[in-house]
Design a binder for this molecule. Structure first.
Ligand SMILES: [Fe+2]
Ligand SMILES: [Fe+2]
Length: 145
């Protein structure tokens, strides 16, 4: 299995792809919304249970900032989910959610990844990847559609 930072980046790319499709293809929106509602919270939950937990004592300020970003994304996702697909407010809400998510991914792939490489050794990064996948599976069980 790849190390955890690679798994996180793969998830980010998958979610970016979902946003591309949601913006451009009205036909698949209902299905892609269900996928987004599963993948995005599951991804964040798994990060919090693994990478963030391991970095929290070493770089508390940065992890507090990342957790605040997660809270912002979750709140924006909750607002977005309440808007019907055919409502005029749907696309602006999608764009708003995407901007927030992309900004968070960028800070994670920049600062948080650099801190992880500085403070965790290769063994930690590989060991955390298995736990990351398990936490995502566990989180998916709690998502209702
Ligand atoms: Fe995150
Ligand atoms: Fe992430």
């Amino acid at each position: 299995m790849p190390q955890i930072l690679e798994l996180i980046r793969e998830d980010h790319d998958l979610i970016r792809g979902l946003f591309d499709e949601l913006e451009s293809n009205p036909e698949t929106r209902d299905v892609r919304c269900i996928t987004l509602r599963r993948e995005l919270p599951g991804h964040m939950y798994a990060e919090e249970a693994t990478l963030y937990t391991h970095l929290r004592d070493r770089v508390p300020g940065e992890i507090r900032q990342s957790l605040d970003e997660h809270t912002g994304v979750k709140e924006t996702l909750t607002r977005f989910e309440k808007i019907p697909l055919r409502d005029d407010a749907w696309m602006p809400a999608l764009v708003d959610l995407r901007e927030r998510v992309e900004a968070h991914f960028a800070s994670e792939e920049g600062e948080v990844f650099a801190l992880a490489e500085e403070h965790l050794d290769r063994g930690d990064l590989f060991a955390l990847s298995e736990r990351f996948e398990r936490e995502k599976v566990a989180a998916a069980r709690y998502v209702t559609v």
